[in-house]
Design a protein around this ligand. Structure first.
Ligand code: NAD
Length: 376
């Protein structure tokens, strides 16, 4: 049983799918592990650390993948990378399969069995495998750190002999995993924090973190959560009412952090150019939804845009900006899933295709795209 851990090729990707800690555990499960040289460098894991726990270091991606039964990835492999993967291998990663049908079909056609960790059901048993939570949590934290570093004033109220500086006003839009961590982090830095979401359950969570909840709480809002706990797309009428409320609120904010997403859809546009224009020069917006099209009008992927002195930060892969921590959690998420695919006694792969975790995450098998969400 062999596992391959290639280096991620995307220039904004500093994470790696296995750490020395998880390699050690994978060895104990009965796997041989081959890591491509340099795979851990951006996460501060030198080859020597992998070797010290028994991994083999391969000189390139193709020799790392040769003979592998399982390939652990952060991102979806390109067609070129996948060409070196043995037919029949399992590929596990954040494959971002929505809108990537052709790329997924290509992986299927190569005979790869792929699992997309983003589809892991949010049930108790799978919490330890929840990559969306582990990465969003760090992204929410890092968004506030980026905001504080970009903002040219202090976050906490400071009472000094020379007088008082007011606390920064931070508004968090979208109070899921990333948003709640952003609220907590901004509070720790001493900001006055408000937050909004369309899910009624978010209200208590926001308030329990000491932030004020700001939203139009009408009948539609009360029904705005799916059975899975996700946001539903809101009607144009609701969006207009909410936008009016937000427009008034945003004028008085120093920092806005947007995290609003709806699974499988483009991010809702929540902050218009007019709202940005209403903010004071020096204010900062951090758009964590940029990879799904962004919540903020004028946000540019991978750049810091500036409009009348207001900065709109569109960093890509924000969790990857703290790659060492992100890899550490992500690698544990992958290990926990892989553990369920192995017969520990026999020390061999034993994938139960009837298991709900496997069913939920399996994207391609036997040459086909099999995931129901990608069927059409
Ligand atoms: P997400 O990343 O899909 O979206 C982020 C937030 O944006 C969500 O809170 C969503 O409601 C909000 N949003 C969407 N449209 C919006 C709009 N127009 N205006 C304002 N906000 C908007 O969400 P997530 O962080 O993955 O969390 C989604 C849900 O899953 C939450 O209820 C969370 O508590 C739950 N969850 C459960 C588990 C578990 O193990 N049971 C684990 C993680 C998350």
């Amino acid at each position: 049983m062999k596992i391959a851990v290639p280096m991620e090729r995307d220039p904004v990707e500093g994470r790696v799918a296995a750490t020395a800690e998880t390699v050690k555990k994978l060895k104990a499960l009965g796997f041989d592990v081959t890591v491509e040289t340099g795979a851990g460098t951006k996460s501060r894991i030198p080859d020597a650390d992998y070797e010290a726990v028994g991994a083999t270091i391969a000189a390139d991606a193709a020799s790392a993948a040769a003979g592998a039964d399982v390939i652990l990835r952060v991102r979806r492999p390109t067609a070129e990378e996948a060409a070196a993967y043995p037919a029949g291998a399992l590929v596990i990663g954040m494959l971002d399969p929505y809108g990537a049908k052709e790329a997924m079909q290509d992986l299927a056609s190569k005979g790869l069995t792929t699992f997309s960790m983003e589809f892991m059901p949010r049930i108790t048993r799978a919490q330890v495998m929840d990559v969306l939570s582990s990465q969003a949590n760090l992204a929410g934290y890092q968004a506030v750190i980026d905001a504080a570093a970009t903002f040219d004033r202090a976050f906490p109220m400071m009472m000094t002999a020379a007088g008082t500086i007011p606390a920064a006003r931070v508004f968090v839009m979208g109070a899921g995993v990333a948003g709640l961590q952003a609220i907590a982090t901004a509070r720790r830095l001493g900001a006055v924090v408000t937050a909004t979401d369309v899910r009624p359950a978010a209200k208590d969570q926001v308030e329990s973190l000491g932030a004020k909840f700001v939203a139009v709480e009408d009948e539609e809002f009360k029904q705005a959560e799916t059975a899975a706990g996700y946001a539903k797309p809101m009607s144009a009428e609701y969006q207009a009412k909410q936008a009016a409320l937000v427009a008034e609120h945003i004028k008085k904010q120093d920092v806005v952090i947007t995290t609003a997403l709806i699974p499988g859809r483009p991010a809702p546009k929540l902050v218009s150019a007019a709202m940005v224009a209403s903010m004071k020069p020096g204010s900062v917006l951090i758009d964590l939804a940029i990879e799904r099209g962004g919540n903020v009008e004028g946000a540019v992927a991978g750049e810091i845009a500036e409009v009348n002195g207001v900065k709109i930060v569109g960093h890509l892969n924000v969790a990857g900006r703290i790659a060492a921590s992100a890899s550490s959690l992500y690698a544990r998420n992958l290990y926990a899933f892989l553990e369920t695919l192995v017969d520990r006694q026999e020390k061999k792969l034993a994938v139960n295709y009837e298991d709900e975790l496997v069913k939920a995450t399996l994207v391609t098998k036997d040459g086909q795209i099999v995931h129901p969400a990608l069927a059409n």
